[in-house]
Design a protein around this ligand. Structure first.
Ligand SMILES: [Zn+2]
Length: 594
């Protein structure tokens, strides 16, 4: 007997138990091999069986009727049909013995089988589909009434398929909340918010309904939608009605209201120009009084009818009189671009750092492996204990109650160890990602500095300086974060010998006059703190790397037999070849808090 193999994907989404096409194929081929079936062709259908008229199915049935094969292999009988027309046809061919055998993973259907049973099975498949479409609408509305948003979760939330509810996406939720906070301040534009989200890994295509393109910053409309979506304060609109949701709100009512206020002001066509923030708003503060730097749009009308638009940046003067900076956008942009390019990481440095990181990652993996094998050994020991305990119980040396109690204790212990193994596995290289990101950021700066994308420049500057950028009379200054600082230092003042000098000074040891505390970096900065090498900025980053001891502590291992070293030891060991240690204990503590 020759067989056709028929596979259909379930496009009826609710059909959860159904296997994917590949899985079905694999199962069916296994069945065919096991039973030694002569499969002459495999048919793969991608359409639902709800309605008659599946092209592949038709083709197969035509060839069955021609007698090319006498048997069909499929996963379940409902793969073949979910509508009365096709069901009838199959039943008839089977009764007539044109089809000699239908083999599924559950059972085999033969011509002399009870016809009634088979029609019942087909009938159920058919009814199932009919019920679905009615039930779906009813179910969704019911769900909404129960406070569960019956659709795909907005950004910052996830659909939990297990409980059929919407839960907070712990990874993205803080970012969304931050976006609301940023926007509420009234200094960010949609583009800034989109850029911010993009840098945190939220891009188009990340949510359903925005599938075009993808991998780009969200569009203005998407940001507007996000910022005005009441879902984030626990309510949602469904089928024209507002419902109180059961999900956890991401932002407070108060913050949401402030955001709505800003949105309203912005959408007001008669808004004063100040309300339309320019690209660099919210980036700088005034050096003389500490107020924010804002922008102002000015139009110049010439006699010949031409108009020119200028944007000026100036102090908001919220704290009274201030004669702080006042400069054109072009000037400021040139200034900031220049500043950015100073933090550029040259290609060959980036390569070297990547290499070092890869090596470190390997080491971290090795140390994690040591911890894990220690944990595994303990798990094996526990398994032995449990087995012995069971022996005692079987021999009736201990009471059942005692046996169960002791066994539970041992099992708990084992579960904890297993969780620790998981934790160590996850933690081993967690520092690597931010490092790689930084290398990528830093090696793009040259390009960014030359570009026209002001919001990209703004976000890069914020990465380097945080909120530490101030505008002096005509120049921007700031305190870069340590790893950025050492990068610029290393570039502009290469070490004279191989000695690696101190790279971070001691913050907060003695009071320094503002604004020159710590590592203020004016535009014409030439580091006097001493030479700083490329390796140092890398080292600052790698200091985040968990040491063996930390890994073991995290894993809850008290004995450190066979494994030595702490973070400081580790770094001292690394720097042993050099003339002096990279860090003293104090800086170490600070670096670890980075
Ligand atoms: Zn000022």
């Amino acid at each position: 007997m020759r067989y056709f193999l028929y596979v259909r994907k379930s496009t009826d989404t609710e059909d959860k138990q159904v296997l994917s096409i590949e899985a079905q194929l694999a199962e069916l081929r296994a069945i065919a091999k096991r039973d030694g079936l002569d499969v002459v062709e495999e048919f793969i259908e991608k359409r639902s069986a709800k309605t008659p008229g599946r092209p592949v199915f038709e083709e197969m049935m035509r060839r069955v009727e021609k007698g090319e094969a006498q048997g069909i292999v499929c996963w379940k009988i409902d793969r073949l049909s979910r509508n009365p027309v096709d069901s009838g046809r199959i039943s008839w061919l089977l009764q007539e013995a044109t089809i000699g055998k239908i083999i599924t993973h559950e059972r085999i259907y033969l011509p002399h089988d009870n016809v009634l049973l088979m029609s019942v099975e087909f009938g159920m498949a058919n009814q199932y589909i009919r019920d679905l479409s009615v039930n779906v609408t009813r179910g969704l509305r019911q769900k909404a009434r129960m406070g569960i948003y019956p659709s795909s979760a907005p950004l910052g939330y996830l659909n939990d398929p297990r409980t059929k509810t919407i839960v907070v996406d712990r990874k993205k939720a803080p970012t969304i909340r931050k976006a609301f906070e940023m926007y509420a301040k009234g200094k960010s534009r949609y583009e800034d918010i989109a850029r911010f989200l993009f840098e945190k890994g939220i891009a188009t295509g990340a949510t359903r309904g925005w599938t075009k393109g993808g991998g780009k910053p969200l569009k203005r409309e998407q940001i507007a939608f996000l910022l005005s979506n009441p879902f984030y304060i626990g309510r949602f609109r469904y089928a024209g009605e507002m419902y109180e949701g059961k999900h956890t709100p991401l932002v407070s009512r108060e913050l949401f209201d402030r955001v709505q206020k800003v949105l309203r002001e912005r959408s007001n066509k008669n808004r004063p120009p100040e309300n339309n923030p320019q690209a660099y708003c919210g980036l700088l503060s005034c050096a003389s009084c500490g107020c924010a730097i804002t922008a102002e749009e000015k139009m110049k009308y010439q006699k010949n009818g031409n108009t020119h638009r200028y944007v000026y940046y100036r102090c908001t003067k919220k704290r009274g009189v201030c004669d702080g900076a006042y400069l054109r956008e072009e000037k400021l942009d040139a200034e900031l671009s220049d500043l950015l390019s100073r933090f550029h990481l040259p290609r060959h440095w980036a390569q070297e750092m990547e290499r070092m990181a890869a090596q470190d990652a390997q080491e971290a993996e090795q140390s994690a492996t040591i911890s894990i094998s220690a944990l595994r050994a303990e798990i094996i020991a526990l398994n032995g204990k449990i087995a012995r305990l069971t022996d005692l119980f079987v021999e009736q040396d201990i009471e059942r109650g005692e046996y169960l109690t002791r066994k539970r204790v041992l099992q708990d212990e084992r579960r904890q160890l297993e969780e620790q193994v998981l934790k160590v596995e996850q933690n081993a290289a967690h520092w690597l990602e931010p490092l790689r990101e930084w290398i990528k950021d830093a090696s793009m700066l040259d390009e960014i500095a030359k570009s026209e994308d002001l919001s990209l420049k703004k976000s890069s500057l914020q990465k380097i300086f945080g909120s530490n950028l101030t505008l002096h009379a005509r120049e921007a200054r700031g305190t870069p974060k340590p790893h950025w600082f050492s990068l610029v230092g290393g570039k502009e003042n290469p070490p004279k010998n191989s000695a690696v000098p101190i790279l971070v000074d001691l913050r907060g040891v003695e009071p320094r006059p503002r604004p020159c505390h710590g590592r203020v970096l004016p535009l014409n900065y030439r580091p006097e703190q001493g030479p700083i090498s490329t390796e140092t900025s890398y080292q600052i980053f790698r200091a985040r790397k968990p040491s063996l001891l930390e890994l073991r502590e995290r894993a809850g291992l008290k004995d450190s037999a066979g494994v030595q070293g702490s973070l400081s030891n580790h770094i001292f060991r690394l720097s042993a070849v050099r003339t002096k240690p990279l860090y003293n204990t104090r800086t170490l503590r600070e670096i670890r808090m980075l």
